[in-house]
Design a protein around this ligand. Sequence first.
Ligand SMILES: [Zn+2]
Length: 316
Amino acid sequence: MASPYPVNLQAPDITPYREGNTGVDYVTTFDSGNTGPHVMLTALVHGNELCGAITLDFLLRNDVRPTRGKLTLGFMNVAAYENFNPADPDSSRYVDEDFNRVWDPQVLDGDRKSAELKRARQVRPIIDKVDYLLDIHSMQHPTVPLLLCGPAEKGRKLARTISFPPHVVSDVGHAAGRRLRDYGEFADETSAKNALLIECGQHWEPSSEAVAKEMALRFLAHYDVIDRQFVSDHLPAEAPASQQLIQVSGPVTIETDSFKFTEAFRGMEVIERAGTVIGYDGDQAIRTPYDNCVLIMPSRRLRKGESAVRFGRVVE
Ligand SMILES: [Zn+2]
């Protein structure tokens, strides 16, 4: 099914960044020479999500450099992005499989081959050296931006400290495979490493670009790794609003070849009564598990094994 939403963002030319300086195409590391954390921003984990690429292009064109520690900027699924076509913008999400479902060490170390696994295996040694990761994404439907902080308290704490955007989702990811955000020590509560995934808005709406830039600057400012003047010159003046934390209780993983929603949900709908039917997986009614259930990112890709939607409740 074609996307009902227009492409109102320009896909940037990222070929100037191909060579980089890490030995891995499209990944560049700047070393301040001073002690400090290694912070990384990733874009194009999904090849049709433009706001992250626009944000990295913005930082690179402005010659943003770390003032302490290291800053790595990485365009991830470039092979998919190279297929981006505004006339068919959905088709470049990935080449062979979802790059954001391959981050289990057993999968990365295993025999499976795909364009995405090849790329993940290339960038993995760099990811392994990173202390703090911000992975920039966008969504199928136009809803409020969501910060996905993972299931651990350290992720929730980081989201609260950065205090942007107003909606935070604490979740364990998908049955189909592990996300980059949940890779390695990012998911280990005993490690100081940490990662956030920002869903900036609908893939091709201009507001997603503004959210991606703001989130990137707030993340870099939180770790105090770039010039403070550059941050204040490019951040909106107003302080962030208060935050709402939504705890996801689990994904609805599709088990048949015929999943249908009862309505054209976009996400963030609050379903008042527990037991309300929101869809059918074959003959099986899918019911909300509790009162005031929030629907998180209902998908238009309703394929067996993928997540149709996630259920969440507001906890703070
Ligand atoms: Zn994405």
